[in-house]
Design a protein around this ligand. Structure first.
Ligand code: FMN
Length: 222
């Protein structure tokens, strides 16, 4: 069982969010998962230019590190999103990466996986950012098992007080992967999104044959 954290603070190893995400990974590792962290700022992630090139063949016109990151997400059974709160939202690094997931969302490349999200903030926006990160997971077809937002009040040691809850979150994620986890609300939302994306998959079936066939095989197109 593989669990991958995608971490979007530019502060890399000094990042409070990274410490929190690492606690989640440690909890998952205790429950038997093989874990990995991607620090987005160590990778080349070019902003989407809305050229729509990826809609023809799933391949982005930019030759950067995003395809390799998506490949690692596809290999993982569980995905953790981790972002600091910047102006009551996710970090720019995280958003630029998310925009590059449009094709993965349309074709539901990560459907069936489980995930969770964490965020840290000085004061505001922690829970809202966790909700948004989990919302993006749902867009990808990933079911979130929960999340954790920590407001440090400027004292980064506050994040240590959240260690036990973060480890529990990691254990819960590993448990969901091993035993299954159901959330009718999220399942309904994901099914609704699929209704919408189905038109794209059908419209592009002549040049996205493999994706079309996968959708038929999954029973998402009759
Ligand atoms: C550009 C920027 C914007 C921020 N915006 C907010 C904010 O809107 N509300 C808040 O309470 N803290 C804000 N903060 C503080 C960070 O959310 C907080 O320090 C966070 O824990 C940093 O995480 P990191 O150590 O993982 O980078 C901001 C920090 C930066 C650098």
């Amino acid at each position: 069982m593989k669990i991958l954290a995608i971490h979007g603070s530019p502060r890399t190893v000094r990042s409070t969010t990274r410490i929190l995400a690492n606690f989640v990974l440690e909890g998952a590792a205790e429950a038997g998962a093989e874990t990995e962290m991607i620090d987005l700022c160590d990778y080349r992630v070019t902003p989407c230019s809305a050229c729509e090139g990826c809609s023809f063949n799933g391949i982005c016109v930019f030759e950067d590190d995003v395809p390799a990151i998506i490949a690692r997400m596809r290999e993982a059974d569980g995905i953790i999103f981790a972002s600091p709160v910047y102006i009551d939202n996710i970090s720019g690094q995280m958003k630029v990466f998310f925009d590059r997931l449009a094709d993965a969302i349309h074709y539901q490349l990560l459907a069936g996986k489980f995930g969770c999200s964490v965020a840290t903030t000085h004061t505001s926006g922690g829970d809202d950012v966790v909700t948004y990160l989990n919302h993006v997971q749902n867009y990808l077809g990933v079911i979130s098992i929960g999340g954790l937002g920590v407001a440090t009040g400027g004292n980064t040691e506050t994040v240590d007080a959240a260690e036990a809850s973060a480890r529990e979150l990691g254990k819960k994620l590993a448990g969901a992967i091993r035993n299954g986890f159901s959330d009718p609300n999220q399942e309904e939302e994901i099914a609704g999104n699929r209704e919408f994306f189905r038109d794209i998959v059908i419209e592009n079936r002549d040049f996205r044959t493999e994706d079309y066939d996968r959708w038929v095989q999954m029973g998402w197109i009759e």
